[in-house]
Design a binder for this molecule. Sequence first.
Ligand code: AMP
Ligand code: MG
Length: 350
Amino acid sequence: MKTVISRVDANNPNRKDMEMAGQFIASGELVAFPTETVYGLGGDALDSEASKKIYAAKGRPSDNPLIVHIADFSGMEILAESVPEAARKLADAFWPGPLTMIVRKSAKVPYETTGGMDTVAIRMPNHPVALDLIRTSGCFIAAPSANTSGRPSPTQASHVEEDLSGKIAMILDGGPVGIGIESTIIDLTEEIPMVLRPGYITPEMLSEVLGQEVIIDPGIIAADDLTKPKAPGMKYRHYAPKAKLVIVDGVPDAVKEKINALVKEAKAEQKRIAVIATDETKEDYQADIVLSIGKRQDEDSIARHLFRILRECDDLEVDGIYSESFSTPRIGQAIMNRLLKAAGHHVIQV
Ligand code: AMP
Ligand code: MG
């Protein structure tokens, strides 16, 4: 299949491109599009054949459910068996935005879309192209991240092209995304709302709006294989670069000293090493390649560049990667959740 790639102005997308994309979705084909979090791979959420195509294009295990994207709150009333009060409160506060809510599904949603589950994940994205595509297609759009399963999520159209060119009908290129990590997922089917995936919207923000306690799925914090995460997708190996990635954690000076010592050892064995640092520290390393992920003073910049940096590590063909740790104040948990997975939880404490 030849993939049509169209560059669209994120704030004022061209009608002709949007109509072509909407037609593809309405006729059961797949279109990758930008959202504020990462690029999504979209198909008609109520068409089980379109959902099957999404799993096939990504190589995604079929038990890993898709998030359904809507452009108006009324979509939730159609997709959910009933709308919990908490969902209305959270939608008022955070939609459109980087928050996915899990509720019991209505009979309209096919099991192919929910990976066989009786619940459905719903999000209203905050991106003009995404909202336009949902409205123009006249469909609810099932869309996981537009990457090959296991690779870092795409934060620019070229990442989607790398993974999916030739496998999908169209890519809408709206430029690099703003947030860079996937949405926060909150499960509203439990008595106490539970965060199944950390993201830009923190448990504290959710709890404040709901006026009740919000817990974090113990399965996403545990590094062992015994505590299973509740979101099927969180159990899979994910984001890992080809070379072994190790995180070095501790006070800044000790981290620099340790990473430089490790780089020196590796050099003695003729190994090429990349270091993932920040704007503040990038001059302090003696490695072949030093990549700055962003400014430590601006944690949003770290989130925005994380997946691009992990992809770059693959292009550089290095033998090993050492990274600083980024447990920043607000979204450090979301950033480290991805980085720890990419590193297979290999951490050196100094
Ligand atoms: P992605 O679309 O690639 O960002 O991944 C979607 C994530 O949402 C995966 O981790 C899924 O397992 C999770 N998810 C989607 N629907 C549900 C659901 N009904 N229950 C629990 N987790 C879900
Ligand atoms: Mg994904």
